[in-house]
Design a protein around this ligand. Structure first.
Ligand SMILES: Nc1ncnc2c1ncn2[C@@H]1O[C@H](COP(=O)(O)OP(=O)(O)OP(=O)(O)O)[C@@H](O)[C@H]1O
Ligand SMILES: [Mg+2]
Length: 238
């Protein structure tokens, strides 16, 4: 794939890039990401480490990275909650073929009467997911609300990791707002897709809000350019 347009055309059903379906090399790449994170984000007593996954643009692989990282952590015996915080353009529920249900937006707006927000042990034991829910008129406000901070606080003791699948920094302020609640941010960059100017802008914005950047995931890298030569092309550095 030589261009952003070509990649967009090539994009397929994401389920073929999740968990066991990745194959050995792809899984190994995410396991390496998991190891790097376990070493670089300090363990907290009885509390989950909260990580945000973002990028500059749509389609760079944030959701796939968040999902596969969550999977890899769950596979290693950790209890993980993945929260889909992209309430504007949610994709995870469809990617995972899960039935429609209330989600984060409903919860934060106090409209979760039937209590079906938490999906437990999705694809693997230990991986719980809260999907985005109905598209709300005010996603930034919901993420900035006390309700969101309280939600994270109230569940922190039940998980080893809480992973926030965030929207891109270059499009909306949601990821910057949510970064305040995280112990660190992972920035996804996709080969032949992300321009250096996009990434510079993203980094400036994240630095401006004092976000702690744990590192970068270089997604969809070709063999030639990837120093670990993973077929799936998932890298992690810095
Ligand atoms: N390494 C890869 N190889 C092949 N396809 C990929 C790869 N990474 C992502 N994709 C595909 O690209 C599309 C976008 O990926 P994903 O939804 O994870 O991106 P995103 O950054 O979360 O996008 P958005 O900002 O729209 O939420 C999906 O169809 C996904 O299957
Ligand atoms: Mg996404």
């Amino acid at each position: 794939m030589g261009s952003k347009e070509a990649k967009q055309q090539f994009d397929t059903d994401a389920m073929s890039f999740v968990g066991e379906k990745l194959g050995f090399e792809g899984k190994e790449a995410y396991n390496l990401l998991r190891t790097n994170i376990l070493y670089s984000v300090r363990r907290k007593e009885r509390q989950a480490r909260v990580l945000g996954v973002t990028s500059s643009l749509h389609g760079e692989g944030k959701s796939l990275t968040a999902l596969n990282l969550a999977y890899s952590l769950a596979e290693s015996g950790r209890k993980v909650l993945l929260i889909e915080c992209d309430m504007r353009l949610p994709t995870l529920r469809r990617k995972l073929n899960q039935p429609k249900s209330a989600g984060l937006s409903n919860l934060l707006a106090g409209m979760n009467e039937d209590g079906t927000v938490l999906h437990q042990n999705v694809i693997i034991t230990g991986l719980n997911i809260v999907f985005a829910g109905d598209v709300p008129p005010n996603p930034s406000e919901l993420l900035a609300s006390k309700n969101f901070a309280r939600l994270i606080e109230s569940i922190e003791n039940y998980y080893n990791f809480i992973i926030l699948d965030l929207p891109p920094v270059g499009e909306v302020s949601d990821a910057l707002i949510a970064s305040k609640l995280t112990d660190g941010m992972i920035v996804v960059v996709r080969q032949d897709y992300t321009r250096s100017s996009d990434l510079s802008y993203t980094m400036r914005q994240l630095e401006y809000v004092d976000a702690k950047i744990i590192g970068f995931v270089y997604n969809d890298a070709s063999h030639k350019t990837h120093r670990y030569k993973y077929k799936y092309g998932k890298g992690y550095g810095k």
